[in-house]
Design a binder for this molecule. Structure first.
Ligand SMILES: *Cc1c(COP(=O)(O)O)cnc(C)c1O
Length: 448
């Protein structure tokens, strides 16, 4: 073990005490599985506050945050103007159970940014957005089969959990228990970026397929962007067979660019996707998400159409105030900053891993990136699973011990914010040599 690190898993007594309490009353001590540190070991840090690029845990330790609440905190934590918008909204009431202006303004902001989207319905989580988009696609087409791609995560929707990314990948679960056979039977899982497999599926079952859903650029198996021609092939085949194309931009939306991944790739030569799902950034750290498409398709939702969809807290005035204040501040300068910060950190990681001879590849979607601990390119979930997760674990723990909070999984993107200033970035860069040494030390121990 390196001299610099007092202990590999340094003590976190206050977090440990909270985790013990949590484990008695919350399954696994967490309300979302990846938070439990199962893949990397040790005690998850319980945070008490967050400001700009920093998190402070219950033991008073400060971390540079490279999780950003898994995407939403694009401006950094507790951005003063977003905070003011939230306080202002909250002062006027928490939830009306009636329509209110904030939700209109947020819907307008989304529609203004993503050209093919004419209408959105607001919901409270990305899971609800994909679940509802799927129901709408099934309602419109009168079909029930859905095609998804291995390693893509679309929330914990029954039909979409098969071979999913995110926590399902982190915990190496094949699938989830509790998903009815009937739901699984209506899901076709194909390899991501595999046009031939998609053509075969449509040739065999094209008349049954309601929708193809994909992450616009996959970010839940690590970052795997669509290969050239992949998005166009999905659009061509869905169109030829009368199926809908759902692009899941819950992670990439307003993050990969102002118009999400759609803003990077644009419409294909066969057209744009039919339905888009959004979440994370558009909620500014509050529960807000959305799905949208053309007015014609969205008009099939109740109360104008036959597809039912609803929510007590949908379009919540405080959540929509946070989302709107966040989107309004996602300026070209913000995206330029994200890009610069992400490349500075990624370059630092690559330099140190190169120096130590640790196999790796870094993949991108706009300013989004992830580090795979294997040679690239990574084009599919099978490729992603071929990485050296033990190397990531050693790296992760050493970064954590030095005050850098990475996602606790080798299958997740690293999220930077516009608040990551030179001081925060320098702290990350300074932690890298010891973290890379932790990898080579641990693999030397394994060989010994
Ligand atoms: C996070 C995520 C979801 C699920 O969103 P929740 O708000 O966690 O339910 C769905 N799709 C993608 C691509 C995501 O990254």
């Amino acid at each position: 073990m390196s001299e610099q690190l007092p202990s590999y898993r340094f003590d976190a007594p206050a977090s440990q005490a909270l985790f013990d309490r949590a484990s008695a009353v919350i399954p696994g001590g967490v309300n979302s599985p990846v938070r439990a540190f199962r893949a990397v070991g040790g005690t998850p840090r319980f945070m008490v506050s967050a400001q700009g690029p920093y998190l402070t845990d219950a033991d008073g330790r400060v971390y540079v945050d490279l999780v950003g609440s898994w995407g939403p905190m694009i401006l950094g934590h507790a951005h003063p103007e977003v905070l003011a918008a939230v306080q202002d909204a909250a002062t006027r009431g928490f939830s009306f159970g009636t329509p209110s202006e904030n939700e209109v303004a947020l819907a307008e902001a989304i529609v203004a940014r993503v050209e093919p989207v004419e209408q959105v319905r607001l919901v409270s989580s990305g899971t609800e957005a994909t679940m509802s988009a799927l129901r709408l696609a099934r309602g419109v087409t009168g079909r029930s089969v859905v095609v998804k791609f291995a390693g893509c995560y679309h929330g914990h929707v029954d039909a979409l959990l098969a071979h999913a990314g995110s926590g399902v990948a982190t915990l190496a679960l094949p699938d989830s228990a509790g998903v009815p056979r009937s739901a699984a039977a209506e899901t076709i899982v194909l390899p991501y970026n595999d046009i031939a497999a998609l053509e075969t599926a449509f040739a065999e079952r094209g008349g049954e397929i309601a929708a193809v859903i994909t992450e616009a650029a996959a970010g839940n198996m690590g970052l795997v962007p669509p290969a050239p021609g992949w998005t166009a092939a999905i659009r061509r085949l869905t169109k030829e067979h009368g199926a809908m194309f759902i692009t899941d931009e819950v992670m990439t939306g307003f993050r990969a660019s102002a118009a999400g991944w759609f803003g990077v790739e644009g419409a294909t030569e066969h057209g744009a996707p039919d339905l888009f799902t959004f979440g994370k950034v558009m909620g500014g750290g509050f529960p807000a998400a959305a799905f949208g498409g053309t007015a014609e398709v969205m008009g099939q939702l109740a109360p104008t159409g036959p597809v039912y969809q609803a929510g007590t807290l949908s379009g919540n005035p405080v959540a929509t105030a946070a989302g709107l204040a966040t989107l309004e501040r996602c300026t070209p300068e913000v995206y330029a900053t994200l890009d610069r910060v992400a490349h500075t950190i990624a370059d630092g990681v690559a330099t140190e891993l190169d120096r130590a001879g640790v196999p790796h590849c870094i993949q991108w979607a706009g300013p989004m990136f992830s580090v795979f601990f294997r040679e690239g390119p990574v084009l599919s979930y099978a490729d992603a699973q071929g990485q050296d997760t033990a190397a990531f674990t050693a790296f992760f723990q050493a970064m954590l011990a030095q005050g850098v909070h990475l996602p606790p999984s080798a299958f997740e993107c690293w999220f930077v914010s516009a608040a990551h200033d030179d001081r925060a970035v320098d702290h990350v860069l300074a932690a890298l040599p010891a973290a890379v040494r932790a990898i080579t030390d641990s693999s030397a121990r394994v060989r010994a």
